[in-house]
Write a new protein. Sequence first.
Lengths: 109, 109
Amino acid sequence: MGLTKTEMFTDLQNEIALFSKAFGHPARVAILQHLFKIEGCICGDLVEEIGLAQPTISQHLKELKLLGLIKGNVEGTSICYCIDEENWTNMKKVMLQFLDQDIANKKCC
Amino acid sequence: MGLTKTEMFTDLQNEIALFSKAFGHPARVAILQHLFKIEGCICGDLVEEIGLAQPTISQHLKELKLLGLIKGNVEGTSICYCIDEENWTNMKKVMLQFLDQDIANKKCC
DNA sequence: TAAGTTCATTGCAATATTACGATTATATAT
DNA sequence: ATATATAATCGTAATATTGCAATGAACTTA
C-alpha cells in the first residue's frame, strides 16, 4: 500500500525514521556534504555540483528545509542555503542514541 | 520517475543513503531496537511486538539482512535473528563520519 | 503419515518517491 | 517598462515502497 503505519510506533521511532529518510537519497547526502564544506551556498551551485535538474534539486532542498536541517535566506535574486546548526545538533543526538546502542547479552547467533 | 540516479554520486554517498534508507521506516527502527534489547530473537516475537502482519515483518527483516545489519540462524522451526555486530560497527563509522561534520566557516545565514 | 508451527515467498493494490519540462514568481538591472 | 537571472511550483510519467491475504517450504511432534 505504500503507506507507513506511523501510529503504531513511538514518536522517537518515527523521528529516527524521518531523519533517516531524509538521508536516504544520495542527492540529499551530497547537498548536505556540500553545505558543510562551503560556508553557505546558493541553489544554482548545487545544480552544477550535483548534476540533477534544477526542479529536482529544489525539491530535495524543500524536504531538507521542511525537516529543519537546512535554512534558506533570500540574498538578492538568489537564495543562500545553509545547515541549521542547532537542529542538526539535535538530530545528531537522536540518531546517535539509536546508532550507539550496545547489545545486551547475546545468547545465540 | 522514482528511480534514483546512483551513478552520479560517490560510493560513500550511495552507501550512506542505503543505510539511511534502511532506517527510514519506523518498523525497521523498532525491529533493530528490539534486537538490541533482547539477546537474539525470533520473528514471531517481532510480529507481536511490532503489530504488523507476519509477511510484512518478514519483508523488513529481509531488507535488513540483505544490508548485513542483522543475521539469522535457523533454530528448530524458528529462526533466531540478531544484530551483526561487526557490520553494525562498520555502518556506524560511515554514518558518524557523515553526521559529525562540522561547518567550515559560516559567512552567511 | 498427518497435523501443527514458524517463517519465506508470491501476487497484488494503494500510496510514495524521484525526476524533469514547462511555467510561474520574485528580484535586479537596463 | 523590459529583459535577465534565480529558484519555486505545477503537472506528469516512471519506478519504488509498504502492507497483507494466500500459499508454500521446512521442520517438529503426535
